[in-house]
Design a protein around this ligand. Structure first.
Ligand SMILES: Nc1ncnc2c1ncn2[C@@H]1O[C@H](COP(=O)(O)OP(=O)(O)OP(=O)(O)O)[C@@H](O)[C@H]1O
Ligand SMILES: [Mg+2]
Length: 249
């Protein structure tokens, strides 16, 4: 199990300042389960992913992997323990090619990287020699990022909005790839707003304003979230009052 105990994150470490992005996060993630992390823009989803991955050190609280405190481990040390993160906006690497990234991810076996490239709909012959320097389109870069995670095959993996920039025709392929590659010895978390992703997972976690508002079995939580989101949207809608829609609450 991966547990977060009273984790907070404030950039610059201002625990009591006004800019606490994550507030008292308590979370238990079990191996074998798939989780969806959802919530409004700016709610703290990507920040939580970065804290789990060791990219951001928590300001307070603890992170435990199978009972062992890993709070102080850096991102590269966590990667060695089997943590993998597909970024919401994949970084560019000047001078590095797709094949180089796949080699690093698959621990020097580029052939293992070709398979995920194909599975995500990129032809290796066409893409292996492409540079990761920003000339790849948004959707291509996102696919390379997901293929890299597939090649790395981590046991704790977070996909941050994997559907972003992926065309509608490839979305089903992406969903199938993530589902098929999940294993009983893995924790898979998908940050998403897509109903198709929600249908895939065991549990859903809703985070807003840096706090976990809801967590539980998909069939219980998803109807509640849909209602909450609709109400919040209606509350903030500039057309409020002109629309012939009422909050179901
Ligand atoms: N290093 C930082 N310094 C200051 N504010 C930050 C920093 N990183 C994130 N934030 C802020 O923290 C909040 C949460 O950001 P985060 O990227 O985690 O949101 P998100 O839930 O992933 O949103 P989205 O759905 O748009 O991807 C946002 O208001 C963001 O502007
Ligand atoms: Mg995000």
């Amino acid at each position: 199990m991966l547990s977060l105990e009273s984790v907070t994150y404030a950039p610059g470490g201002h625990r009591n300042g006004k800019i606490e992005i994550l507030k008292d996060i308590n979370l238990k993630l079990e191996f074998g389960k798939m989780y969806a992390l959802t919530g409004p823009n700016g709610g703290g989803k990507s920040t939580l992913a970065r804290v789990i991955m060791g990219i951001y050190p928590p300001t307070s609280g603890r992170i435990l992997l199978e009972g062992e405190d890993i709070t102080g481990l850096a991102a590269n040390e966590r990667a060695r323990l089997g943590f993998g993160y597909a970024f919401q906006a994949p970084p560019t690497f000047k001078g590095l090619k797709v094949i180089d990234l796949l080699e690093i991810a698959s621990r020097r076996n580029p052939q293992e990287g070709c398979q995920p490239l194909r599975q995500i709909g990129l032809c290796p012959e066409e893409y292996l020699q492409r540079e990761l320097d920003g000339r790849l389109s948004g959707g291509e870069a996102k696919r390379v990022e997901i293929a890299t995670i597939m090649a790395q095959d981590p046991r704790i993996r977070i996909f941050d909005e994997p559907e972003a920039g992926i065309d509608l025709w490839s979305f089903d392929r992406l969903v199938k790839l993530i589902a098929d590659s999940h294993r009983p010895e893995k924790i898979t978390m998908i940050i998403s707003h897509q109903e198709k992703i929600m249908r895939l997972v065991n549990e859903i976690i809703l985070i807003a304003g840096g706090e976990i508002c809801l967590q539980g079995e998909r069939d219980q939580v998803w109807p509640q979230i849909k209602e909450t989101m609709l109400c919040d949207c209606l509350e903030k809608c500039p057309l409020k009052g002109e629309e012939d829609v009422e909050c179901p609450r």
